[in-house]
Design a protein around this ligand. Sequence first.
Ligand SMILES: *Cc1c(COP(=O)(O)O)cnc(C)c1O
Length: 386
Amino acid sequence: MPSTDPFVPFALPDIGPQEEAEVLDTLRSGWLTTGPKVARFEKAFAGFLGASGLHVLAVNSATAGLHLALDALGIGPGDEVITTTHTFTATAEVIRYMGAQPVLVDIEPHTLCIDPAQVAARITPRTRALIVVHFGGRSADMTALLALARAHGLRVVEDAAHALPATHAGQLVGTLGSDATVFSFYANKTMTTGEGGMLVLRDETHARRARAMRLHGIDRDAFARFNTAVPAWRYDVVAPGFKYNLTDIAAAIGLAQLPRLRAMQQRRAEIAAAYREALADLPLALPPLPAPGDVHAWHLFAVQVHGMARDAFIDAMFAQGIGMSVHYVPLHQMSYWRQSCGLDAGDFPVSQAVYEHTASLPIYSRMDDATVQRVAAAVRRVLPGA
Ligand SMILES: *Cc1c(COP(=O)(O)O)cnc(C)c1O
């Protein structure tokens, strides 16, 4: 029987009166694009990360941030960059932007993140960098990955689109010692600016390059270094850059979201705990927990269905009025990646097995307890023999 209750969306942004007021303030200020609010947002974000010596650059998407990161690291034709097949296409497409070769590897079953052993097995003299994804908001094994990268002289970029806030060994993702960390503020992420992202860099030279490439390759510092009275019209162009700057309208949303981020994460963690309890006895594999003491951002709550076919499970959940998704159809299943990298599902047994069974339940900070229980009850109704 189809449900008559209101449809439960898969994701919903958590926008309240603070966001509305901050955006209205920007609209009335006369300054809509990159300006004072972006500067404040970057400063506030650096404050949230709390580590000194980091360069924090607001960008108009995480994809832009990943592109700028690889550009700043000097990745180019002839280079190989290792990343995971179990991700969104943006993680790997930026490697192609640079004319470099993506090398896709499998994940670990207990984290669903890139497997350090698989990375080690694919390192060649051409390997320049590694892009790590903290799947679902659970941090990857950064201790092993950073050690491996150090041993082989590889750059490390973290695609932290899911991992705000998340910790590894007690330290916030963004401060773990990689060369670059990129967060996403897309509408369904743990914090949003509609579209947007944040690029965190450690090295001053990388930051200077990314700052210029973010806006048409324009470098104002070249003049400012020698002359403090540089007129606003005076700038140099040092490269054919991109149009990746964040607007003040978007930064206004971010300024209102950031002080609420901890509370929003706590709500997601409560929902994840409630799901775990309510679903514990069902024929499902629940998402991996973080290492003891670590924070999971709970961007996703992806279960693996073993009682019935995954597609039928998702159809039945929709019939119960519950929005669902799949994270991910791995890259080795996508025609472009399969053909251009010559991939075969047999090369990714863990990712492939997870993919065949995986279904993501709704999780967002505005979900109330009754809705969480409604989703759990729908899962129980849908699974046979449960
Ligand atoms: C959402 C997402 C991105 C892209 O983020 P945008 O801000 O939309 O560019 C990249 N990688 C992963 C893993 C994502 O989930």
